[in-house]
Design a protein around this ligand. Structure first.
Ligand SMILES: O=P(O)(O)OC[C@H]1O[C@](O)(CO)[C@@H](O)[C@@H]1O
Length: 417
């Protein structure tokens, strides 16, 4: 962690005020130095994730596998630490111990609730994987603890229906189809398994598809047909999100909005349902084995993988607790070479603009000015961070009196060219 980042984080943590909910859009966050979001504010969304979602998730994972005593004990210890304890560093025998030490040196020994929300959530997932033996030599090595949930979702009838709907879409003009597929990719971000861990969460797709910002014309301007573009897509969730992402990718390739697409996934399980290479394979199989248009899309994508027009990458940075502003040089070069980078989902958004209590009218272009090349965020709002809203939009959202920032009822398409 850079000294600059460390100083900002530590200094701001205790002075952080609650974010989210009605009235929060008018808080006087300076454009340069909005407070880092932490989880120690009673009633805040961030606190709810640590206090409610993480314990529920531990139990779900525990119930989903016939783990042995070692895993049960480690899960008990993680539950206890999450609820009552302080953050412990990884054991020296862990291969990424030094990395995490560097990323959180000043946080170890403090309460989970006092750490920056993004860091605490990321480290929780790292500890969960450790507890179930994902990294250790042994029989549970490499067994994705979220695989049963991902698999169940992919096999569900909702996916059948979504794939069948592609048959009707095949006949509509290409530009209408492009818009529909772009929106499906945004909406797919509602289908986040983590979002459904605790009761009372809004069901995906249950509410109106409200875009609070829509820069899609700029996205299409950046990708005129036949211009030989390379597009980077930073994936978010597997299953019901990745399927529409892949369908959009097929459309971009088929209509030559892109000559080549690099799909960035996580190198190991992360944030419940985040996509890894194995999930891309499962989704491609699901598509390829489907009847009709979905099957045709699946076999085109399968071919695109074979020719290199579609390539999958899994950079370790994607599982770090860092904002994109701190991305390493090789990833920066990769994004710089792309015509546009499409970042899917809420977590990527937090890492893109910074997990801070920004004033919601802070321009998206300002918050992403550091990004090496054009960037497009396709995101359902599932946490407090939001930038780039028009004042009237923000006023209307605040007047609505709803938890518009966190309930998954609203979405956005924001682009910086
Ligand atoms: O899958 P997505 O869209 O990145 O959403 C992940 C979001 O879910 C949460 O982890 C809460 O469960 C947020 O803190 C996080 O930003």
């Amino acid at each position: 962690m850079s000294d600059k980042r460390k100083a900002r984080t530590v200094a701001e943590t205790p002075t952080h005020s609650p974010v989210g909910g009605p009235g929060s859009g008018s808080r006087p966050a300076s454009e340069q130095d909005a407070p880092v979001i932490v989880s120690n504010v009673p009633g805040s969304f961030a606190r709810g994730v640590l206090a409610n979602r993480h314990p529920a998730l531990i139990e779900q994972v525990r119930d989903a596998f016939p783990y042995g005593p070692r895993q049960h004990e480690a899960l008990d210890a993680l539950l206890d630490a999450n609820n009552n304890g302080v953050i412990e560093p990884l054991a020296p025998s862990e291969s990424d111990q030094e990395l995490w030490w560097g990323w959180g040196r000043e946080l170890f020994g403090r309460s989970w609730f006092d750490a920056p929300f993004l860091w605490a959530e990321s480290y929780f997932y790292r500890r969960l994987l450790g507890a179930v033996g994902y990294f250790g030599a042994g029989p549970w090595q490499g067994v994705d603890p979220f695989a049963p949930f991902k698999r169940a979702e992919l096999r569900g009838t909702a996916v059948d229906e979504e794939l069948r709907a592609l048959d009707a879409l095949a006949g509509v003009p290409a530009d209408e189809r492009a818009t529909a597929l772009l929106h499906a990719s945004v909406r797919g971000n509602r289908a986040d398994l983590g979002f459904r861990v605790t009761e009372g969460d809004t069901a995906p797709g249950a509410a109106a598809d409200d875009l609070v910002a829509d820069d899609s014309p700029l996205l299409w301007q950046l990708l005129p047909a036949g211009a030989g573009a390379t597009v980077a897509v930073v994936a978010d969730n597997a299953g019901r999100e990745l399927i529409p992402d892949l369908i959009l990718i097929d459309h971009l390739l088929l209509h030559r909005h892109a000559e080549r697409i690099v799909l960035h996934v996580k190198p190991y399980p992360y944030y419940v349902s985040d996509a890894m290479t194995a999930d891309v394979v499962d989704c491609l199989r699901r598509l390829a084995e489907a009847p009709g248009e979905a099957g045709r899309i699946g076999s085109r994508l399968w071919d695109a993988m074979a020719t290199g027009r579609l390539e999958v990458r899994a950079h370790p940075f994607f599982c770090s607790p860092l904002p994109y502003e701190e991305m390493p040089g090789d990833l920066r070069a990769e994004f710089a070479a792309a015509t546009v980078t499409i970042l899917k989902g809420d977590l990527n958004y937090r890492r893109l603009v910074g997990d801070r209590a920004w004033n919601a009218t802070t321009p998206f272009a300002d918050r992403t000015a550091y990004f090496p090349g054009a960037a497009a965020a396709l995101r359902t709002l599932k946490s407090d961070v939001t930038v780039g809203l028009e004042q009237e939009t923000l006023d209307a959202l605040e007047r609505s009196g709803t938890a518009w920032r966190t309930s998954g009822t609203h979405a956005l398409i924001q682009v910086r060219g």
